[in-house]
Ligand binder design. Sequence first.
Ligand code: PEP
Length: 247
Amino acid sequence: MRALIAGNWKMHGLAASASEIATLAAKMKDAAPTDADVLICPPATRVAAFTAKFSGSAIQFGGQDCHADPSGAHTGDISAEMFADAGAAFVIVGHSERRANFGEGGHNEGDADVRRKAEAVLRAGLTPIICVGESEAQRKAGAALEVVGAQLAGSLPETSDDFVIAYEPVWAIGTGLTPTLADIAEMHAFIRSKTRIDVRILYGGSVKPGNAQEILAIDDVNGALVGGASLKADDFYQIVMAGGGKQ
Ligand code: PEP
């Protein structure tokens, strides 16, 4: 199975950020062909422009979140159909930063919302990357498998198996902390037991050039969802190359 190395740029990225992607594309062209699929999910404002600018490269682009409806009176929201129209190939749904409570007046997403969004992405002809993961307290309480099992049961689409799952322990995102390799292996084997054999299961949470190789070597780790380290072409390229040897 081809690895998928996906960058989640979060709320980072302007028109000028195209230079990082150009550097990455040039490095990928100069290197031996990688057998990893490469995806960048920039802010929604850049998806159409980057897709057009890098149409001849091996880099695909995606959204970071979408509304479940195709259109409607939802000020500020973006539908999966709009991402398809912009040239996206994937949309991330259920990231922990969206499942988290945004504070007074904000929305936090539950499993049912995530499932609706994932089904919307499929409806639009794109592939959802569905994020799951436990909090630090849940892991310390020995409940990580149970929590992720419940998220999978509630969030995975009922209409199709054509999705990607990203296991992202919430406490590992942006912190520099990672689970042990044994803990990652245990969780990925558990997720695999709940899914088809050809569903890609990504690991996300402080993946960097220094740890990508050992994480991507784990059975049932079929790629990575990368936040901070995807913003710099040199770092992301090294992670892409680490995924390139993965079958
Ligand atoms: C993420 O935001 O999905 C993520 C994994 O971030 P980081 O790599 O910075 O921990």
